[in-house]
Design a protein around this ligand. Structure first.
Ligand code: PLP
Length: 418
């Protein structure tokens, strides 16, 4: 098989796809493994039942069923849903947003592929531009997304040590410079992998830098405002026409529906939709049809507040307690959990690297993600990048308690062996 450079890059089983294959193989060999590795949302029966009832209602209505199954959407996606979302954003946050600011996609991952490549890479002026990550570590799904090499640049965070064995990353305002080759800034808020939420002041700083460089600030809100809202209450929702907000229905419990949302200046929304039409022809109808009416009548936000957010709050507390109970005097720091559904551990001075730790944990029966994968675009060697671990606490209580006990036990072994 002779592949193009595109083929060689995208068909390569390296980086995250290699890791995902490894996870999948490990799980099919041993389904009893405690799985704390993926980005899957938790299974919340009441939420599942709500969507199942709506699905049944859709399937039994002759006209809605046809809209769901039998019609291609227009390029920016289901107009009724976009109108409803625009009304909601205006009502809730006071943003001047209409349906023309919104484009839908088949999952936010594919939306990122299109969007990033619209901005970064070689421009018609011959300049190679990068997506700049102002606070790295960042979402591993960005890593292999670029159609060209050297697609990302990044700034390391400032680390603040907190009481209670916790720490927190901050945007390092002194180190952060936006070069003329930056195509856009992008930050996940809340962060996958760390659960960090950059403050409103940090968002304002990034907005100012983006404005000064005449580039967009992309905020990946897959876990944040407005839904599912797994985000520190003090953080406000933020968007301006200079910015791009990316949303997803996945963390509501609908990753199988593959629905992503881009909110941007109408020129960007339209450019996105044109490029997305080349890739996908049209967006799926299921997400918009399932949610239709739920923003207008408040039931989606009620579902988030009453079912989804309390579920993850409880799991987060359980996970933190389990780490605290197991770590003893190890120099294992928990990133202050402020959102999403991951605990990010910094195992300071870890005698082995995080990938070796991942392998050893897999052998002991628990799957996590090694932190090194999330350090994208930093380009230089940094011991911290080999000392971190991402643990998902989206699963059931037994998995969280047993998995974290195993992780802590293995960490004691690693440090003891030196
Ligand atoms: N952004 C972040 C931060 C994520 O964690 C994920 C998935 O885990 C995505 C984007 C992509 O999500 P989806 O393609 O399911 O919308």
């Amino acid at each position: 098989m002779r592949l193009s450079s595109f083929g060689e890059k995208f068909a390569a089983n390296s980086g995250i796809s290699g890791l995902m294959d490894d996870l999948g193989a490990a799980l099919s060999d041993d389904p009893t493994l405690l799985f704390m590795g993926g980005g899957n949302p938790g299974r919340i029966e009441s939420v599942e039942a709500t969507f199942a009832a709506r699905l049944t209602a859709l399937a039994s209505d002759r006209e809605r069923r046809h809209q769901l199954l039998g019609i291609y959407q227009e390029p920016q996606g289901d107009r009724v849903f976009r109108r409803e979302l625009a009304r909601f954003l205006t009502r809730e946050y006071g943003w001047s947003v209409g349906p023309e600011h919104i484009a839908l996609a088949n999952g936010s991952q594919s939306a990122f592929f299109v969007l990033y490549n619209l901005f970064a890479g070689r421009g018609s002026d011959g300049v190679e531009r990068q997506i700049h990550l102002p606070l790295c570590p960042e979402y591993v799904g960005y890593r292999d997304i670029g159609l060209s090499e050297n697609f990302f640049s990044a700034t390391r965070p400032r680390i603040e040590r907190l009481d209670g064995g916790q720490f927190k990353y901050h945007v390092d305002g002194e180190a952060l410079t936006v070069s003329s080759s930056a195509a856009a800034l992008c930050v996940s808020r809340p962060s996958n992998p760390t659960g960090n939420v950059i403050s409103d002041e940090e968002v304002a700083l990034l907005e100012a830098l983006a404005r000064a460089g005449d580039i967009p600030l992309i905020i990946d809100g897959a876990y944040g405002h407005p839904f599912p809202g797994l985000i520190e209450p003090s953080a406000s929702a933020s968007w301006s026409e200079q910015g791009i907000l990316m949303l997803s229905l996945s963390k509501l419990g609908l990753p199988g529906v593959r629905s992503g949302i881009v909110i941007a200046h109408p020129d960007i929304a339209q450019a996105f939709a044109r490029a997305n039409t080349v890739v996908s022809l049209a967006c799926g109808t299921l997400g918009p049809q399932l949610l239709r009416g739920m923003l207008d009548d408040g039931s989606l936000m009620a579902l988030c507040r009453q079912e989804i957010q309390p579920y993850y709050r409880e799991r987060q507390q359980l996970a933190v307690r389990a780490v605290e109970a197991g770590r003893g005097n190890l120099p294992v720091w928990i990133h202050r959990p402020e959102g999403a559904f991951f605990l990010w551990l910094w195992c300071e001075g870890l005698p082995i690297d995080s990938f070796t730790l991942y392998e050893r944990l897999k052998a002991r029966g628990v799957i996590v993600l090694p932190g090194n994968e999330f350090f994208i675009g930093t380009g230089e060697d940094w011991s911290h990048s080999r000392e971190c671990l991402r643990i998902s606490y989206a699963g059931d209580r037994e998995t969280i308690e047993a998995g974290i006990a195993l992780i802590m036990s293995e960490l004691h072994r690693c440090y003891a062996e030196g």
